[in-house]
Design a protein around this ligand. Structure first.
Ligand code: BV8
Length: 236
């Protein structure tokens, strides 16, 4: 077992850590309208409401802990690299549970709840508990230019060149806990499959992207991911 492994995670991997998913029955977008809170237009129109939405979600990070799925993925990364393999974990999640569990080869393609960005000088930094439009950027001194370092709808996700180069050269692609609804992430499985990778989907239920995958493992991430990692590492 080695080769080039790319993993994509979504909100389902953090569900059992108590952080909400987006499109499940009681998901975040069933309570909030993403058009009003997760677009640059919304931030321009109502910065206070958007800051409040992200400040409330950032607060949840204080008590959230990685679950067995996050731990297993960190172990997989260490073992895979120790055996000479190539590894990248791409997450759509904006929480910090993968890095807290020890994942290092990690890309947050939709940004990070714990960080902020200045729209004037583009410097990023650790966000305070309560970020607001009254705050001043410590890098350039401008006030009212700090925003959550989050990729909103209509904005280009981060590190896309790196992600596509990894997808086009991997031989194993594993998608975990994502509904496969949001692009470009939803298209990653097809890119990997077209490049000849074996594609595995681990999720609570089938998704719109399920037909693209060679193998499906239905179950809760905290159970299905550790089982997958054990099996994968046993195929030494
Ligand atoms: C872009 C940050 C172009 C915010 C997010 C029509 C209109 C408008 C836009 C579009 C459109 N058609 C296409 C688009 C583009 C749009 C898009 O795809 N929209 C969708 C809704 C159709 N995409 C974009 O706008 C992207 N940007 O296209 O830019 C561009 C081009 C050039 C130049 C500039 C720009 C940007 C997308 C990023 C948006 N930001 N989040 C925030 O977090 O507040 S998206 C949001 O959805 C989250 O980031 C989340 O990560 C992401 C995906 O959701 P999932 O992680 O999959 O979560 P979900 O709840 O959906 O599913 C959870 C799954 O887990 C379920 O399947 C469930 O069964 C499973 N599960 C639950 N519990 C468990 C479990 N599995 C295992 N175990 C469990 N215990």
């Amino acid at each position: 077992m080695s080769g080039h492994l790319v993993i994509l995670t979504g909100a389902g991997v953090s569900a059992e850590s108590g952080l909400g998913t987006f499109r499940d029955t009681d998901g975040i977008w069933s309570k909030f309208d993403w058009r009003e809170l997760a677009t640059p237009e919304a931030f321009a129109a109502k910065p206070h409401e958007v800051h409040a939405f992200y400040n409330a979600r950032r607060k949840n990070l204080v008590t959230a802990r990685p679950n067995a799925a996050h731990q297993a993925l960190a172990e997989l990364e260490a073992a895979w690299i120790a055996r000479g393999g190539e590894f990248l974990l791409v997450t759509q999640n904006v929480d910090n549970l993968h890095e807290t569990a020890g994942s290092e080869r990690l890309v947050h393609m939709h940004g990070e709840l714990s960080r902020m960005r200045c729209t004037n000088c583009h410097a990023t930094g650790e966000a305070p508990k309560e970020l607001s439009s009254l705050d001043t950027c410590s890098a350039c001194g401008s006030t009212g230019t700090l925003r959550p370092h989050i990729v909103w709808f209509g904005e280009m996700p981060l590190q896309m060149e790196l992600i596509y180069s990894q997808l086009e050269s991997c031989n194993l692609f594993v998608s975990i806990g994502t509904s496969g609804t949001v692009y470009p992430a939803a298209g990653f499985s097809q890119v990997a499959r077209d490049a000849g990778a074996r594609c595995i989907e681990i999720n609570l239920e089938e998704t719109d992207m399920s037909p693209v995958f060679h193998e499906h493992r239905l179950g809760k991430a905290s159970e299905a991911v550790p089982a997958f990692v054990r099996e994968t590492l046993a195929q030494s």
